[in-house]
Design a protein around this ligand. Structure first.
Ligand code: CP
Ligand code: NVA
Length: 312
């Protein structure tokens, strides 16, 4: 039976049941098909999405702005520099004011708690466009891409190699645990996922049959993987003074032709982008036949349209 997601925030994948997530994926699949066949509808006619950014973005900004427009609504880009938030207006007051003008808010920022607070004080849906802790829109879109490429999600073996403590890994762990995928994080000890994320995902994994494995050996980590996923080694908000140290410590975890020999036949390579060729991934892999990174980027549009159409 169809589940009703009207007015719901989209802040963490943990807030959704497996059925709800699958409904979002199915809606995205339908919207993608309609965009191909020219049968697009405009369910958000007359509605406005505010988009607050305190960090840079290419994909998130453009896919949300184009997406709301395709659904019949309007997107309002709100640079944090130009909001009174920067001069100390509280999140609570901002949330209450924006709720009087807008029909939805998408926010990309540093502190995850700021997004949680925005959701708490807003009377309209709040969508998390990335925080230091999570990147749920990307991970949900990636489920759509994996389902398209592999034909299934349950039982798929996904390996994330690199900085195992960043927002991307955390949301991929949450996603895998919900839908019953096996996720292995290959990283040095000091780059492991946050304990709070692991604890929450373990609860979901018990229900879905997913497994979550942490592994220090990059070769062992990618062994038999259907999906190998990489992300930058220095995320937005990480200490730039530590850049070289991070690159040195993570160097053994580069996804390249040597490591690819150990993956499953027909394995795919995924990356949320932007990528740094020669750091977390070699150009041969990122630009090779195993790479689905631009399909991932496209699916951000379809998946986020589904989130907006279902919640706003
Ligand atoms: N993957 C992703 O979120 O890209 P942007 O930082 O360009 O939005
Ligand atoms: N982990 C990266 C993801 C970018 C989309 C960052 O936060 O910079």
């Amino acid at each position: 039976m169809a589940v009703n997601l009207k007015s719901r925030d989209f802040i963490s994948l943990r807030d959704f049941t497996r059925e709800e997530l699958l409904q979002i994926l199915d809606t995205a699949k339908m919207l993608k098909m309609h965009s191909r066949t020219g049968e697009e509808q405009k369910p958000l006619e007359g509605k406005t999405l505010g988009m607050i950014f305190t960090k840079p973005s290419t994909r998130t900004r453009i896919s949300f702005e184009v997406g709301i427009w395709q659904l019949g609504g309007v997107g309002l880009f709100l640079s944090s520099d130009e909001l009174q938030l920067r001069r100390g207006e509280t999140i609570e007051d901002t949330a209450k004011v924006l709720s009087r003008y807008l029909d939805g808010i998408m926010i990309r920022t540093y502190a995850h708690q700021d997004v949680v607070d925005l959701g708490k004080y807003s009377t309209i849906p709040v969508i998390n466009g990335l925080t230091d802790l999570l990147h749920p829109c990307q991970a949900a879109s990636d489920l759509l891409t994996m389902r398209e490429k592999l034909g299934r999600l349950q039982g798929v073996n996904m390996t994330f190699l690199g900085d195992g403590g960043n927002n991307m890994v955390h949301s991929l762990i949450n996603a895998a645990a919900k839908v019953g995928m096996n996720i292995t994080v290959g990283s040095p000890q000091q780059y492991r996922p946050a304990a709070e994320v692991l604890a929450g995902a373990e609860e979901d994994a018990r229900k879905s049959g997913a497994t979550i494995t942490l592994c220090e050996d990059p070769v062992e980590a990618v062994n038999d993987a259907d999906v190998v996923y990489a992300d930058v080694w220095v995320s937005m908000g990480d200490d730039e003074q530590q850049r070289q140290k991070r690159l040195d410590e993570l160097a053994p975890y580069q996804v390249n032709g040597d490591i690819w020999k150990y993956t499953a036949d027909e394995a795919i390579f995924m990356h949320c982008l932007p990528a740094h060729r020669g750091e977390e991934v070699s150009a041969g892999i990122l630009d090779g036949p195993m790479s689905v990174v631009f399909d991932q980027a496209e699916n951000r549009l379809h998946l986020q349209k589904a989130i907006m159409a279902l919640t706003m």
